[in-house]
Design a protein around this ligand. Structure first.
Ligand SMILES: Nc1nc2c(ncn2[C@@H]2O[C@H](COP(=O)(O)OP(=O)(O)OP(=O)(O)O)[C@@H](O)[C@H]2O)c(=O)[nH]1
Ligand SMILES: [Mg+2]
Length: 300
């Protein structure tokens, strides 16, 4: 008398919302490792990045997306296209909002896009609950809930601490279709190591820059070599849009660049489990965010 086999579930869960609400933090929490960089600056994520949670009974493919915003550059247009493009094929959608603030025009715009582009059920994720004052819980929850078309459920979370994320995961699992896995069960992302390395460097550069500077930062891996002593040698260029920005990224006596390089190297050594020699350069490329052939190069 064998036990009834539990059906395997698998599916794509698109994670969408405006910039800086905590989408990538949430995806990293579920995957249990950083697959998508996080920073306090809006528009950190620039591409669709898969974060895969493998369990004995399920494979959840989270599709992290760039924050949907009103684009001012061609890069921004591409980012928004990437986010909206994740909607039609998703099995489930997480609409992530910053619950500590009431919905604004950007959230309403995303809700309209969901009405047009989404076919799957939508779970409203009211993130940053730690910043939500008790008297705002009811009005904010109700205001967001009314915005969401085809809403299936909602959960209040703190993605940094992981609060309520286990409950949210149960909600997701319950709505996932029966399916064999889409990816090998040891795979956690679709992002090649080279691109991940470029992203980690960009994350460290974002952490130390402000205002317009972080938005104009792009990282290109120039060289990637196995050295005979077992060290991985990586040379990368940090592109900025102005000469003044170059000065900021390099810092007085090169101190800022050194700090960015040291933090990126330490984290990459942790993820790759090996010694890394990282060399960084800073170059100016005016208006690169309006140059698709240039920013596509950054992704290869
Ligand atoms: N207080 C608080 N901060 C959070 C929470 N979740 C994320 N954050 C912070 O919010 C900032 C943005 O987080 P991200 O995960 O990069 O946000 P995102 O939605 O992916 O942003 P984009 O990639 O720019 O669209 C970071 O500083 C996070 O640490 C939360 O639940 N509470
Ligand atoms: Mg992000």
């Amino acid at each position: 008398m064998g036990e009834q086999a539990v059906p395997f579930r698998a599916g794509f869960v698109a994670v969408v919302g405006k910039p800086n609400v905590g989408k990538s933090t949430l995806v990293n929490h579920f995957v249990g490792r950083k697959v998508s960089i996080v920073s306090p600056r809006p528009q950190t994520t620039r591409r669709r990045i898969l974060g895969i949670l493998n369990r004995p009974d399920a494979q959840i493919v989270f599709v992290d997306t760039p924050g949907i915003h009103k684009p001012k550059y061609k890069l921004g247009e591409r980012m928004v296209e990437a986010a909206v493009g994740a909607l039609p094929d998703a099995d489930l959608i997480l609409f992530v909002v910053d619950a500590s603030k009431p919905p604004n025009a950007e959230d309403r715009h995303i809700a309209d896009l969901l009405t047009k582009e989404a076919h799957a059920p939508i779970i409203l994720v009211l993130n940053k609950m730690d910043k939500l004052p008790p008297e705002k819980v009811k009005p904010h929850t109700e205001a967001y809930w009314q915005l969401v078309p085809n809403h299936a459920d909602w959960m209040m979370t703190n993605a940094v601490k992981g609060h309520n994320c286990d409950k949210l995961l149960e909600m997701i699992l319950a709505r996932l279709p029966e399916s064999p896995p889409y990816f090998p069960q040891e795979q956690i992302t679709d992002q090649p190591e080279r691109l991940f390395a470029a992203e980690i460097i960009r994350e460290k550069a974002l952490l130390h820059t402000y205002q317009e500077v972080p938005h104009g930062i792009g990282v290109a891996i120039e060289r990637w070599e196995e050295r005979p002593n077992g060290v991985l040698y990586i040379a990368a260029t940090i592109y900025v849009e102005r000469e003044t920005h170059k000065g900021i990224v390099i810092g007085e006596g090169g101190r800022m660049l050194k700090k960015i390089g040291q933090q990126a190297r330490e984290e990459l050594e942790l993820w790759f489990g090996r010694r890394i020699f990282l060399e960084l350069w800073v170059k100016v490329r005016e208006d690169w965010r309006n140059n698709p052939s240039f920013f596509q190069q950054l992704e290869s």
